[in-house]
Ligand binder design. Structure first.
Ligand code: IPE
Ligand code: IPE
Ligand code: MG
Length: 251
């Protein structure tokens, strides 16, 4: 299905809130950690499928700045799982041309986790087939505040502070804004993910729990995206024609 779409209907950047691991495990009468582990397996496959479809950027929400509120056992389980997942999958991801980048506040995670994430970034710096950004200890509000702080530290004055200046300081300044924002797990909210960057993202919510999300689900989201008409505040294709009384209707 994805291959029959004209190239411009393919998003350049897909962002995913990988939600539903806990419910996936509960359905199987298993501890939540089993769901998180299955979530890593799903991610590895979705990374491959995204790269195969020629999408250049995939950003995934792995741990939010609010997830520290969870029981200490779950938080430490997630930290350990991250370390295990990196050591298990990094070599293959590197061989597949994936560049890993991290978005989030790494000053406030353990040194071990911080080093593992920085190593993964350094290790894959030469790759460009797919940029996989792992949002870790990330929050959209944190991102906006840290961008303001950076701009202030650079001496940017109030009159010089524009959207472009702030964009340059956001954690993902290297990537185009997400075109397609997917949330699995049935909740219809943003949960503080990429607030600034998703201003004009197309939103796709699915009940599919993250560990069940696969290439087929990705294609469903891409097909839904391809049917959307993006307007960015303009009148759009469908607005032209009926409304075009004068000559200045188009741009
Ligand atoms: C998302 O799954 C993974 C993380 C937040 C780390 P959840 O753990 O939120 O799963 P549910 O929403 O409880 O099912
Ligand atoms: C968002 O999911 C964070 C991640 C997927 C990492 P949550 O499960 O934390 O979101 P809420 O609490 O349901 O809003
Ligand atoms: Mg959740």
């Amino acid at each position: 299905m994805a291959s029959s779409q004209p190239p411009q209907s393919l998003p350049r950047h897909v962002a995913i809130v990988m939600d539903g691991n806990g419910r996936w495990a509960r359905k199987r009468l298993m501890p939540r950690g089993v769901g998180h582990k299955a979530g890593v397996d799903a991610l590895v496959k979705v990374v491959q499928a995204t790269a195969d479809r020629g999408i250049g950027h995939l950003t995934v929400f792995a741990f939010s700045s609010e997830n520290w509120k969870r029981p200490e056992e779950e938080v430490s389980g997630l930290m350990s799982l991250l370390l295990v997942a990196l050591s298990k999958h990094l070599t293959k991801l590197k061989a597949d041309g994936v560049r890993i980048r991290i978005a989030g506040d790494l000053d406030n995670v353990s040194e071990k986790v911080r080093n593992a994430l920085r190593d993964a970034e350094a290790n894959t710096i030469g790759n460009s087939r797919l940029v996989l950004t792992v949002a870790f200890n990330y929050g959209g509000r944190w991102d906006i505040v840290q961008a303001c702080k950076q701009a202030l530290a650079e001496g940017v004055s109030a009159s010089e502070l524009t959207e472009e200046v702030l964009s340059r300081h956001m954690a993902m300044a290297y990537a185009p804004d997400p075109d397609l924002f997917i949330r699995t797990g049935g909740e219809v909210r943003l949960s503080n993910f990429l607030l600034w960057q998703s201003a004009y993202a197309e939103l796709h919510f699915t009940d599919c729990l993250w560990p069940d999300f696969d290439a087929e689900e990705l294609d469903r989201a891409l097909a839904a995206y391809a049917r959307r008409e993006r307007r960015f505040g303009d009148v759009g294709e469908s607005g032209l024609g009926e409304g075009a009384i004068g000559s200045e209707g188009g741009h």
